[in-house]
Structures are given as structure tokens and as C-alpha cells.
Design a protein around this ligand. Structure first.
Ligand SMILES: NC(=O)C1=CN([C@@H]2O[C@H](COP(=O)(O)OP(=O)(O)OC[C@H]3O[C@@H](n4cnc5c(N)ncnc54)[C@H](OP(=O)(O)O)[C@@H]3O)[C@@H](O)[C@H]2O)C=CC1
Ligand SMILES: O=C(CO)[C@H](O)[C@H](O)COP(=O)(O)O
Length: 472
């Protein structure tokens, strides 16, 4: 009788830690990695937990080591490798076995794989996992998509290994086929916006106020005791006070300012545009990462255009308080946009995404975990059908309370040439959202003028045209 209750394929950063987490919770786990040397190194480092882990050098050995029906978690590089791994596994698995792709897959790939395997098997689940290395080892946030009964087969182990928020597991089934990976994608889109806004505030402190990293660390640490309390603010404080042993300088100053991106932020922006659910903070964050990577261009532009004066950002004695409030305002816009993209996608793809549940499973374990998410969870629980987070009384109040600070910070940043693309997108979002009479009447007139696209009159139903070319 095979011993293992579950398998893990992929012993990279995430898979190795997930396997240790599973065995730490008393489950016997079989593991496989394409590069066998990595499996050896993993077992050597697993310590006492190695007694509950079966190392397998081939896929056949892995399949033989797991009790059927076999749950197998794939935690490998997203994209083609997942298709290749499924193709290699399919002949070895039974119809009832359960393959769970836990990488950062594009939800469209997940839907395709789900449909391709629906008739032939194995059963397929797409699972978003967040929390990085630490989360995978000690409790990630887990977002599962696929058939609900497939989730129920693996629910015990996933809730056991997930993070807990006040005892509540941060793992849930969120909908059919690609729903889990869609929710993880939007989680990452919000993560991009949150990180970009923090980086913009850091830029104001560094270049506009000429603060040293250690001083900034103190400010972020203090903010972590207030409404911005979150993992990303906590690690920012930690990063800013870390020294580089080699140079003796602050570590952050020794890092090239070109941000990497693996796709999920861009997919969030693309999907929001595709379903016409605007997420300008996420778009700005993706654009900022792309521009950050163009160092040669930025260097040439600085030589041609010059860089505005440094050290001139000054809003008086309350500057740091205003920065804190501006960051909170930006964060509210980014999360409101991320959740509204999920609400729109839920309708578009028929998923019935449970927004209160999603907010609840993001309160611990994941990269965007924060006190703020508990407030979002409460707001969505009280008003689950609200059109936009900003319309809930709690968040409308935060917008009111932080509005003046956001405008003051943006005005000063723009005057002094500090780049603030994501924060600036927040104020534009607020200002457009709250105006019942916008300016798209002029756009409609222009469209009708050049392309006879028609418009709706304010005083009549149906399509109308303007008298633009009456003299021709
Ligand atoms: N790092 C993070 O913070 C997070 C990552 N993720 C996602 O989890 C997944 C794994 O990430 P992570 O552990 O960081 O990545 P790593 O780069 O640490 O590990 C990649 C793993 O994928 C395997 N792999 C790569 N190509 C193939 C292939 N063609 N066939 C079979 N196996 C392959 C590698 O095997 P080999 O050793 O043989 O190269 C290795 O086990 C990704 O989808 C990632 O986006 C999700 C949440 C957080
Ligand atoms: O999923 C994650 C965190 O939630 C991964 O760390 C992911 O790689 C982050 O995205 P990127 O590499 O594009 O910054």
C-alpha cells in the first residue's frame, strides 16, 4: 500500500516549502523535481521532517508512492512547463486522481486545461497561493478554482497548511474553472499597485526630502502601528534599515532600480481593460515597472531634459503625516479597483466570486495581508452587493479624511518633479467616479462628428446624430 497521502511536483522556492509545510502538519508527502540534484538537496535539508517525505526520482515512482485517488500539487514555473508536466503525467494517472496547479498560471490557461481534462481526467484544480517563501512554509493564503467537490476532496489538507486569521483558515474555494487563478492574479495586481505607491512615497522621502534610509525605516515602522499596518509596510521598514555587508552602505542603495515582473500584474491590467472594469492604479504600477527597466532611456532623458531640483519637497511640519494619509488614500483606490475588477469578472465569467470571503482569506498569509483587509472584509460582509468599495460608509469616510492630504502631496510632488504615477491615478479615479455629470458627452460628439457613431440625447431615447456637416 503506497504511503503518501499527497504529492508535490517542483521543489523550487515555493514547492519545497509547501512540501515541508504539508509534512509538518502530519501528512505523508511524496516529492519529485525535474532536476534530481534539487530533490537530494531538499531531503538533506528537511531534517526530521524527511521521515514523512518520500523522495522520488521519476514521475512513475511519485505516482506509485501516493495512495489513489492521488492528489498531486504542481508547483513549477507557470506557462508551457505546466502543459508539459501534465502531458507527462496524464498516462500515469487515473481518472479520479486530482492534479492541482498551484503556480501563478494565467486563468485562461487554467480554463483551457480544466476543459481539456474534464472528460479524460485527471480531475484538475487551479489554485492561487500567496505568501512567498515564508508563507509557503508556515501558512499561505490559498484561492482555489475548479469543481467544488474536487476542492472538498483536498479541503482538509489545504485548510490545515493555510495561514489562520484569528483561527479562521485563509483558504477557500472561490469558483469554477479559472476563478482561483483569476483571484490570485488580481491579488498580485493589487500587490503591484500597493508596492508602487509605497515606492513613490519612498522616492519623495529620498529625493524630495533627502532622508536617509534609516530615518525612512523609522517612519515606515511607525506607520505600521497605524491604519497602514501591513506586511508590505513592515518589510519596507525592515529593508530600509538593512545594511549591505560588502559595501557598508544601506542595502536598498546598492540595488539597481529596474523592477522585474513575471506577468500577473500585467495580466490584471489587461483583464481589467478587456472587461471594461478600470484599474488605473494597477495599470500605472505595471507601466512604472516597465519604465523602471528602461534604464538606458531614462539616463539619456535625464541628460536631455534634466532632473528637477532635489530636496525641495516641503509641506511644513506635517509633511510626514500628509504622506501617510496620501498613501492610505492611494491604497483605498487600488483595492477598490481590484475588487471591482473581480466583481465585473465574476459576472462576465459566471463565477459568483465571494468578495467577502476573498477579503477574509487575504487577511493573513498573503503578501498584501493587512489590518486594512479586515476592514474590507467587514465592509463587504455588511454590504456584499455594494457596487464599489468606496461607496461603503467606512471607506467613503477614509476618502473624506485623506482627500486633502492626497491632493497636497500630489500638488507638491508634481510641482517639484517627483514621479507619482500610481498615487496620481488615485485622485483622478476618485474625481471621475464621484461626478454624475462627466465630460464624455464631448467624446460622443467627436465620435459622431468623425465617424457617425451616434449618441444618446439627454432628452430622448435611441440613437441620434449631430448636425455637424449640414453645410456639406
Ligand atoms: N516565489 C514566490 O514568491 C511565488 C511564486 N509563485 C509561483 O509558484 C511557481 C513556482 O515558483 P518558485 O518556486 O518561486 O520558482 P523556482 O524558480 O524557485 O522553481 C521553479 C520550479 O519549476 C520547475 N520547472 C521549471 N521548468 C520546468 C519544466 N519545464 N518542467 C518541470 N519542472 C520545471 C523547476 O525545476 P528544476 O529545479 O528542474 O529547474 C523548479 O522546481 C511559479 O508559478 C510562481 O509564479 C506563487 C506565489 C509566490
Ligand atoms: O505571486 C507572488 C507574490 O504574491 C510572486 O512573488 C510573484 O512572482 C510576484 O510577481 P512579480 O514577480 O511579477 O513581482
Amino acid at each position: 500500500m503506497p504511503a503518501a497521502e499527497i504529492g508535490v511536483i517542483g521543489l523550487g522556492v515555493m514547492g519545497a516549502n509547501l512540501a515541508l509545510n504539508i509534512s509538518d502538519h502530519g501528512y505523508e508527502v511524496a516529492v519529485y523535481n525535474r532536476t534530481v540534484a534539487k530533490t537530494r538537496a531538499f531531503m538533506a535539508e528537511a531534517g526530521a521532517l524527511s521521515e514523512k517525505i518520500i523522495a522520488c526520482d521519476t514521475l512513475e515512482a511519485l505516482v506509485d508512492a501516493i495512495r489513489p485517488p492521488r492528489p498531486i500539487i504542481l508547483m513549477i514555473k507557470a506557462g508551457d512547463p505546466v502543459d508539459q508536466q501534465i502531458a507527462a503525467l496524464q498516462p500515469l494517472l487515473d481518472r479520479d486522481d486530482l492534479l492541482i496547479d498551484a503556480g501563478n498560471a494565467n486563468f485562461r490557461d487554467t480554463i483551457r486545461r480544466f476543459k481539456a481534462l474534464e472528460d479524460s481526467g485527471p480531475t484538475f484544480l487551479g489554485m492561487g497561493v500567496s505568501g512567498g517563501e515564508e508563507g509557503a512554509r508556515h501558512g499561505p493564503s490559498i484561492m482555489v478554482g475548479g469543481k467544488r467537490d474536487s476542492w472538498q476532496r483536498i479541503e482538509d489538507v489545504l485548510t490545515a497548511i493555510s495561514a489562520k486569521y484569528e483561527g479562521e483558515p485563509c483558504a477557500a474555494w472561490v469558483g469554477e474553472d479559472g476563478a482561483g487563478h483569476f483571484v490570485k492574479t488580481i491579488h498580485n495586481g493589487i500587490e503591484y499597485a500597493d508596492m508602487q505607491m509605497i515606492a513613490e512615497i519612498y522616492g519623495i522621502m529620498r529625493d524630495g526630502m533627502q532622508m536617509e534610509p534609516a530615518a525612512m525605516a523609522g517612519v515606515f515602522a511607525a506607520w505600521n502601528d497605524g491604519p497602514l499596518d501591513s506586511y508590505l509596510i513592515e518589510i519596507t521598514a525592515d529593508i530600509l534599515q538593512t545594511q549591505d555587508d560588502e559595501s557598508g552602505k544601506p542595502m536598498v542603495d546598492m540595488i539597481v532600480d529596474a523592477a522585474g515582473q513575471k506577468g500577473t500584474g500585467r495580466w490584471s491590467a489587461i483583464e481589467s481593460l478587456r472587461i471594461a472594469a478600470p484599474a488605473p492604479a494597477i495599470e500605472a504600477a505595471v507601466g512604472a515597472r516597465s519604465l523602471s527597466a528602461m534604464i538606458d532611456l531614462r539616463t539619456k532623458a535625464e541628460a536631455v531634459l534634466g532632473v528637477p531640483g532635489q530636496g525641495e519637497f516641503d509641506l511644513g511640519a506635517t509633511t510626514l503625516d500628509l504622506l501617510e494619509k496620501a498613501l492610505l488614500a492611494g491604497k483605498v483606490a487600488a483595492y477598490a479597483q481590484g475588487f471591482s475588477v473581480m466583481a465585473a469578472a465574476s459576472k462576465e465569467y459566471g463565477w459568483h466570486l465571494p468578495l467577502p470571503v476573498i477579503a477574509r482569506i487575504w487577511r493573513a498569509g498573503c503578501i498584501i495581508r493587512s489590518r486594512f483587509l479586515d476592514d474590507i472584509a467587514s465592509a463587504f460582509t455588511a454590504t456584499p452587493d455594494v457596487d464599489n468599495l468606496l461607496l461603503t460608509p467606512e471607506f467613503a469616510q477614509i476618502v473624506t479624511d485623506t482627500d486633502r492630504a492626497l491632493r497636497a502631496v500630489l500638488a507638491e510632488a508634481i510641482r517639484k518633479g517627483q514621479p507619482v504615477p500610481a498615487l496620481a491615478s488615485a485622485v483622478a479615479y476618485f474625481d471621475q467616479l464621484r461626478r454624475s455629470r462627466g465630460t464624455a458627452n464631448l467624446i460622443q460628439a467627436q465620435r459622431d462628428y468623425f465617424g457617425a457613431h451616434g449618441f444618446v440625447r439627454t432628452d430622448a431615447e435611441g440613437e441620434a446624430h449631430g448636425p455637424w456637416h449640414s453645410e456639406e
